[in-house]
Design a protein around this ligand. Structure first.
Ligand SMILES: C[S@@+](CC[C@H](N)C(=O)[O-])C[C@H]1O[C@@H](n2cnc3c(N)ncnc32)[C@H](O)[C@@H]1O
Length: 201
């Protein structure tokens, strides 16, 4: 039975489960808004949002562009949240389970904060925020593999923070065979956020 208002016990269980999921899943912030803005402009065809978190970006792409979207995340609470939003949710480590040429657009707002290994805190919010010592520990394997799942003519939309090293990420994208073009950019007191559109050179 779903939480449709007819069973108070089930409703409170559902509310409790949703509360727990929200506590351990990254909720939409400025970076999410920028990724959504770029994706609404550039995405086409079948779309994958890697690291979907709350699923808010994936839901906007599905509803506002009418595209077929999958939201994936290492965090099972996130995969459940995106499914609660009516978007297909998959538990996945980066791109591992997806087949070659499967998507026309792949979006990713990665965990990107440079983190001292001695200060790692070891929970789902660390997975959401920490990009390891360089800030690029998830970006590197993502860029190494994303060309495999991208269909011909496809586009990758990758959020980059100045804290992560913009030029370093451009160099990694170039090494992976992509030409990069900024789609949206916004500056905040401590960082500048850019969403890059990456296309095969
Ligand atoms: C900064 S949050 C972005 C969440 C959401 N896309 C947004 O923009 O609001 C990064 C997300 O990446 C997920 N993540 C971390 N490591 C991952 C991995 N190896 N594979 C897939 N997702 C991962 C985290 O669980 C988190 O939900």
């Amino acid at each position: 039975m779903t939480g449709d208002g007819s069973d108070p016990d089930t409703d409170s269980g559902l509310a409790e489960r949703r509360g727990l999921d929200e506590a351990v899943v990254y909720q939409p912030a400025e970076d999410s808004g920028l990724l959504a803005e770029a994706a609404l402009e550039e995405a086409h065809g079948r779309v994958l949002e890697v690291g979907t978190g709350s699923g808010w970006v994936a839901q906007r792409i599905a509803e506002e562009r009418g595209l077929d979207v999958v939201g994936s995340d290492l965090n099972p609470h996130a995969a459940r949240q995106v499914a609660d939003r009516g978007v297909e949710g998959v538990v996945a480590d980066l791109l591992a389970p997806f087949r070659a040429d499967a998507f026309d657009a792949v979006c990713f707002n990665p965990p990107y904060l440079p983190t001292d290994p001695d200060n790692e805190w070891g929970d789902w919010m660390e997975h959401a925020l920490s990009g390891g010592e360089s800030g690029r520990e998830l970006i590197e394997p993502f860029l190494d593999d994303v060309g495999r799942v991208l269909a011909p003519g496809g586009v990758v939309l990758l959020l980059v923070s100045s804290l992560t090293g913009y030029d370093e990420v451009l160099a990694l994208a170039d090494d992976a065979g992509f030409a990069a073009e900024p789609v949206v950019e916004e500056s905040f007191p401590f960082e500048t956020l850019t969403v890059l559109a990456l296309r095969r050179e």
